[in-house]
Design a protein around this ligand. Structure first.
Ligand code: HEC
Ligand SMILES: [Cu+2]
Length: 373
């Protein structure tokens, strides 16, 4: 068969395959994700209702048009009715049609305003999570339990098919409990949006916005940052892992234990060896810094400076500590002092001073970081 014949063949075969194969259809999602919380269910219903109204109007108007064009076609020598406006229908339709349209509009607006009321419902919650957007990651703080999770994009090698959909540490939430989200940001506008469980609200630096949810079904829910926040906007996905209440309580006490162990380690005054710091530092660097400075330290000049061979990474330790702890104001370089603890910062800085042939031999200790804060 010649190529000229094959091409149109496949062009027809593909859509018909799609339409006939049930398995393919089942995989193909034409609608929004299934809503699993009171608010998102209402939003979903509102969407379905307006779509249905629009569909009915479209069908009626189309039928009316096709019928009129066919019935009153010129070849039948149809004479337009010059007295139409004088009859009963001709007189009243100008008032009736807008009245019907307004009625439909008000019905939709009525449902929408009750959904808005539900979105703004301020019933006290069982737990509060502060959601902070930054370039380019999400930080979740469980306010009652004083536990913090930093959630970043999972690299392609680990995420596989779910690349750009999954993260290293998902937000873990209990089902059937009322959760209050407090939204804010550290640098620019972001927006936290998981369509199945919560409405979209902007995260604004210096402001707190509020949303809530009660997740009614266990599972993994995915979302995206919904406010263009810079070149890494597509690389800060959201993942929520909803588990049963008791399972959540167990998970939470485990998180607290991990936190206490970390605090004890930091307070122990232990002097860390260079290779221990390097191992920790590499992981933390790749997670927190490589988006801008690149895994090989080459940066993205001129905006994001290379750290390989950088005067700061090779020069005085105190200068290096200062720029990482306090950041560089007016640039994308954040103040990491309030995001990472002493040991984490010591490890990252040690890594930057010894990786990529920087070889300074410096092992920066948590106590150095503490002194520099
Ligand atoms: C969002 C992008 C971004 C991330 C993430 C980031 N940086 Fe930076 N970094 C910058 C920018 C931009 C500068 C340049 C600031 C300036 O112009 O003074 C910079 C500068 C630096 C410098 C000074 C380098 C030089 O030679 O001037 C160091 C050291 C540094 N960053 C370390 C880090 C560490 C450590 C992390 C992770 C904990 C990190 N950065 C994460 C954007 C970033
Ligand atoms: Cu964002």
């Amino acid at each position: 068969m010649s190529n000229r014949f094959l091409k149109p063949c496949t062009a027809f075969a593909l859509p018909s395959l799609l339409l006939t194969s049930g398995a393919v259809l089942a995989e193909y999602k034409f609608n929004f994700p299934e809503p699993v919380s009171p608010v998102t269910k209402e939003v979903f219903d509102l969407h379905m209702m307006t779509s249905a109204v629009a569909l009915i109007i479209m069908v009626l108007v189309t039928i009316f048009f096709v019928y009129s064009i066919y019935k009153f076609r010129k070849s039948k020598n149809y004479e337009p009715d010059q007295e139409f406006h004088k009859g009963w229908f001709g007189t009243w339709s100008w008032a009736l049609v807008p009245a019907i349209v307004l009625g439909i509009d008000l019905t939709i607006a009525g449902s929408a305003s009750s959904t808005f009321d539900l979105i703004e419902d301020k019933t006290p919650a069982d737990l509060t999570v502060k959601v902070t957007g930054s370039q380019w990651k999400w930080t979740y703080e469980y306010m009652e339990d004083d536990v913090k999770i930093v959630s970043t994009l999972l690299p392609k090698e680990e995420a596989g098919e779910l690349y750009l959909r999954t993260v290293d540490n998902p937000l873990v939430l209990p089902t059937d409990r009322r959760v209050r989200f407090l939204h804010t940001a550290t640098d620019v506008l972001h927006a936290w949006w998981v369509p199945a469980i919560a409405v979209k609200k902007d995260s604004i630096p210096g402001y707190i916005n509020e949303t809530w949810t009660i997740i009614e079904k266990e599972g993994n829910y995915h979302g995206q940052c919904a406010e263009n926040c810079g070149t890494g906007h597509a690389f800060m996905p959201i993942q929520v892992n909803a588990i049963a209440g008791e399972e959540f309580d167990t998970w939470m006490s485990k998180q607290k234990e991990i936190k206490l162990a970390k605090m004890a380690e930091a307070a122990s005054g232990k002097v860390w060896a260079l290779d221990e710091l390097m191992t920790k530092g590499e992981e933390l660097y790749n997670k927190n810094c490589s988006a801008c400075h690149k895994p090989d330290g080459s940066g993205i000049p001129p905006v994001f400076p290379p750290l390989k061979g950088s005067a700061i990474a090779l020069g005085d330790v105190s200068k290096h500590l200062e720029v990482v702890i306090k950041g560089a104001s007016g640039t994308a370089m954040a103040a990491w002092g309030n995001q990472l603890d002493d040991l984490e910062l010591a490890a990252i800085i040690t890594y930057e001073r010894n990786a990529w042939e920087n070889n300074t031999g410096d092992a920066v200790q948590p106590s150095d970081v503490k002194a520099a804060r």
